[in-house]
Design a protein around this ligand. Structure first.
Ligand SMILES: Cc1cc2nc3c(=O)[nH]c(=O)nc-3n(C[C@H](O)[C@H](O)[C@H](O)COP(=O)(O)OP(=O)(O)OC[C@H]3O[C@@H](n4cnc5c(N)ncnc54)[C@H](O)[C@@H]3O)c2cc1C
Length: 428
């Protein structure tokens, strides 16, 4: 601070010292009497009434309607398509989109929805994120007005299911090397033919609408296409499910196989070229994951705490009485509270137009890392009982491992941050 700045600050402090205590709102200096382990840093103070109401609606739905289904869904890899319709009826899909039958809520409210869904299961969150942040955001941000008017209201209500095909069998972290190609139809004017294979695509087997990223044969540039299943002639589009996953089993995942699949030229996003299109959508999904992972971690903490209070070992003492157990709970509660505050801050910055992709990389990477590390440690609290899926902990751990790896690919986010900090590109 320069000397004149110091003098101004000093005068300001002196004025404050002379002011009567009441005008300084002395009460804010006291301590609250209660500590709420479920919201230790009182993140709820940062949310508007509307955001809290949306969170309540989402929590009630998730606990009453999703939780009872999740064990069967996970055991049998059985995703109930009806879930998208139910979410649509409640306004949970594309919640931060304005118009088109969407709620037009804040990014924070959207994040709180994903947190509540992932509190039940990361697979359910994944299915919802793909519909909202990937398929709907792509059409909203890049589609023609005709595509928006026709498809967004149906996607918002869950009448149509959507997916997002970027990853290919030979190209995951490096989608710029994709092989899927779009060439002009040799005989049918105003159509492209799409050929190639996308894999690990959430919702693809049940999707009516597929956002497919492909290289235009004439320019070599990546372009986005809306592939509508109902318009594809037999034999040009297959979307087989990928079974026997070791995690995210409550979501449905598959491939998109296209063999000269005809798509009208008006279904190509007119403006966006290159990776800016898919990365815009992925950033939106990843911010949701930063919130979602905290929901899964909070559920692990809640279940481990309950177990530790009820389970008695050594002289009839509850496990919760032992300091080694308490440390596990304290670490998890701290990381969940910090992660929620950080995600909230980035979501607020996004709505204020002040968010950068690096910030999203930071919170996605950190929150997934902390959720996975803490859930693994909390799993220990259950001893051998962790093996029973009735305790839900092993499922969260398996899910969080994949959530940390896929979509955001933690290594890649570390590289993005490293590049931003050093200015040196580490990808090549
Ligand atoms: C359940 C599930 C659902 C999915 N849903 C979708 C979806 O809806 N749409 C979609 O398009 N994709 C989806 N994916 C794919 C997901 O985005 C990819 O798995 C992800 O992009 C990583 O690609 P990869 O699996 O081919 O790993 P690879 O790219 O082969 O990477 C393997 C490992 O190497 C690391 N790595 C890669 N490059 C570097 C580097 N330069 N330096 C250091 N480390 C590196 C990665 O971080 C990773 O740990 C899904 C995946 C799963 C498992």
């Amino acid at each position: 601070m320069n000397p004149s700045g110091f003098r101004t600050a000093s005068r300001h402090l002196h004025r404050l010292c002379r002011a009567p205590a009441t005008s300084r709102n002395a009460s804010v200096r006291g301590y609250a009497t209660t500590f709420n382990w479920e919201d230790p840093l009182v993140a709820s103070e940062l949310y508007t009434e509307e955001e809290l109401a949306i969170q309540d609606t989402a929590r009630q739905y998730c606990q009453e309607r999703l939780l009872p289904r999740v064990l069967d869904a996970y055991r049998n890899e059985n995703y109930d398509r009806q879930i998208l319709t139910e979410m649509g009826e409640l306004g949970l899909l594309g919640a931060n989109i304005e118009g088109y039958g969407c709620a037009g809520a804040s990014t924070v409210a959207s994040g709180l929805i994903t947190k509540e869904v992932e509190r039940v299961d990361s697979g359910y969150r994944s299915g919802m994120s793909v519909q909202s942040s990937l398929a709907m955001t792509a059409i909203h941000d890049f589609g023609t007005q005709e595509l928006k008017d026709r498809l967004l209201p149906e996607l918002a209500r869950g009448k149509l299911a959507g997916c997002f095909g970027l990853t290919e069998p030979n190209h995951g972290s490096d989608p710029g090397s994709m092989e899927t190609v779009a060439r002009e139809h040799p005989t049918k004017k105003g159509y492209y033919l799409l050929s190639g294979t996308k894999t690990w695509i959430t919702n693809s087997p049940i999707s009516d609408i597929m956002i497919v990223w492909a290289k235009l044969q004439t320019t070599g540039k990546i372009r986005g296409f809306v592939v509508e299943r109902s318009q594809c002639p037999p034999g040009t589009l297959e979307t087989p499910a990928i079974k026997n996953k070791t995690a995210l089993r409550a979501s449905i995942t598959g491939m998109i196989q296209m063999d000269d699949c005809p798509v009208p030229a008006e279904n190509m996003f007119p403006e966006v070229q290159g990776l800016a299109g898919p990365f815009t959508c992925l950033n939106s999904a990843r911010l949701g994951i930063a919130f979602g992972a905290m929901g899964a971690l909070e559920d692990c903490l809640d279940r481990a705490r309950t177990y530790a209070l009820e389970r008695k070992q050594f002289k009839g003492n509850p496990l919760a009485k032992y300091q080694l157990i308490q440390k596990k709970l304290a670490d998890a509660a701290t990381d969940a509270a910090y992660g929620t505050l950080a995600a909230t801050q980035v979501a607020r910055l996004k709505d204020a137009g002040k968010c950068t992709p690096e910030m999203i990389s930071m919170v996605k990477r950190q929150n997934c890392d902390r959720a996975l590390a803490n859930s693994r440690i909390l799993q220990e609290v259950f001893g051998g009982n962790a093996t029973s899926d009735e305790y839900h902990i092993a499922r969260h751990v398996a899910n969080l491992f994949v959530v940390q790896t896929y979509e955001g690919q933690s290594d890649i986010h570390t590289l993005i941050l490293g590049r931003a900090i050093t200015g040196v590109q580490a990808f090549v």
